[in-house]
Design a protein around this ligand. Structure first.
Ligand code: ATP
Ligand code: MG
Length: 138
């Protein structure tokens, strides 16, 4: 059965003009776009989204970065979508990302790392519901 995951093309990749290239990688890997929107988010919205990281030393910088410019929010679907997207993204720090991964190609630092992907079924459900209404999922 197909599985859904949530993804963001982060502001660094949009600013660098890589949004289309990131979407092409997702397309090539067989992800179906269930929902997609380009949006700028507030600092408070970023804080709510990254709530699990609120105690981490990088929380303030991360939420500033995520609210620094437009991003592309997406719900994606395929068999094994959550794990397959994490693999396609590559390691959080692009210095450790494998050849061929999106972060290897487009990330510039551990913070400005081009793409987000949900890390588990429960987080995917939370993240999809945080950004999209049920009627937008088609
Ligand atoms: P994401 O949740 O965005 O898909 P991830 O699961 O690979 O990325 P997390 O540990 O969940 O990584 O961290 C969330 C985001 O916080 C990272 O993608 C990155 O933008 C930022 N981040 C993580 N660790 C650091 C760090 N040590 N310094 C600065 N920013 C960081
Ligand atoms: Mg994460």
């Amino acid at each position: 059965m197909p599985q859904r995951t949530f993804s963001i093309v982060k502001p660094d990749a949009i600013r660098a003009g890589h949004a289309g290239a990131v979407l092409a990688e997702l397309d090539k890997a067989g992800f179906r776009i269930v929902a997609i929107k380009k949006q700028s988010i507030s600092k408070a919205q970023a804080e709510g989204f990254y709530y699990v990281h609120r105690e981490r030393p990088f929380f303030a910088a991360l939420t500033d970065f995520m609210s620094s410019g437009p991003l592309v929010l997406m719900v994606l679907e395929k068999e094994n979508a959550i794990a397959d997207l994490r693999k396609l993204m590559g390691a959080t720090n692009p210095a450790n990302a494998e050849e061929g991964t999106i972060r290897k190609k487009f990330a510039t630092s551990i913070q400005e790392n081009a793409i987000h992907g949900s890390d588990a079924e429960e987080t995917a459900a939370f993240e999809i519901g945080y950004w999209f209404a049920g009627y937008e999922l088609i």
